[in-house]
Design a protein around this ligand. Sequence first.
Ligand SMILES: [Fe+2]
Ligand SMILES: [Fe+2]
Length: 221
Amino acid sequence: MKLIDTLQDEHVLIDQVLGSLRTYVGELVDGTADPDDGRRFVAFFTEFAGHFHHDREERVFFKALVTDAKLPADRGPLRAVAREHVQMGEWLCEMTPLLQQQPRSEDDRVQLQALATRYSHALWRHIDAENSVLYPEGAERLRQCGIRELPDRPMSEAEAAAHEGGAALLVRYPPVEDGALTRGDGCFMCRAYGETCDGLEAEWWTEFDWEEFHKGGDASD
Ligand SMILES: [Fe+2]
Ligand SMILES: [Fe+2]
C-alpha cells in the first residue's frame, strides 16, 4: 500500500532527525551550537512529524481501520498510538523554549538533556511499534476488507519547508544513536503494552481470527 510505504519512508527521516536533535542538544549544552537551529528542529517536529505525518496516520489510515475494518478507536493500539501523538506534542511544547536559547544555568542544561532524551526515546519507540505492528497488521486488516490503497495529500508550504529544514539539520548535526535505549519489534517493546493496550492479539483478534489460526495449525499437523 503506497501510503504505508510513504509513511514508513517518513519514519526513516524522523528517526534520523531525532538523532540529529540529540547531537544539537549536546552541542547547545556545550555552547557550540547555533540556538537559531532550535527553531528549525521545532518546526520539523511540529510541522512535518506532527501536522503532516501524524495527521495522515490519524485521518486517513486509522480512520479507515475504524470505519472499514471496524477496529476499536476507544481502546487498544489505535487509542494508544493517538494518545502518544498528543503526549509527544505536549512534550515538544515543554522542550521548545529551552531548545531555542543558550542554557542559562546548570539546571537548564540538565532539564534540556532530560526533556530531549524523554522525547527522543518516546518517538523512537513509537516508530518501532508502528513499523513492526500497527502498519503491517493494519494494512492486512484493510486488505481483508478489500482496501488496497488509501488517499494521500501533498505537504503544505510550511510542512515542505520544515521537511527541507530537517534534511539540512542532518548535515549540520550528524545523528547519534542512544545506546541507553533498547529498541525492537513487537507489542512487548511498545510503551503502551500492559498500560493502555493489552497487545494486538488481545485487542484486535476476533473469533474469526482464532478459527483461522486453529485451522492453520490443524493443516500443518
Ligand atoms: Fe504515529
Ligand atoms: Fe508514524
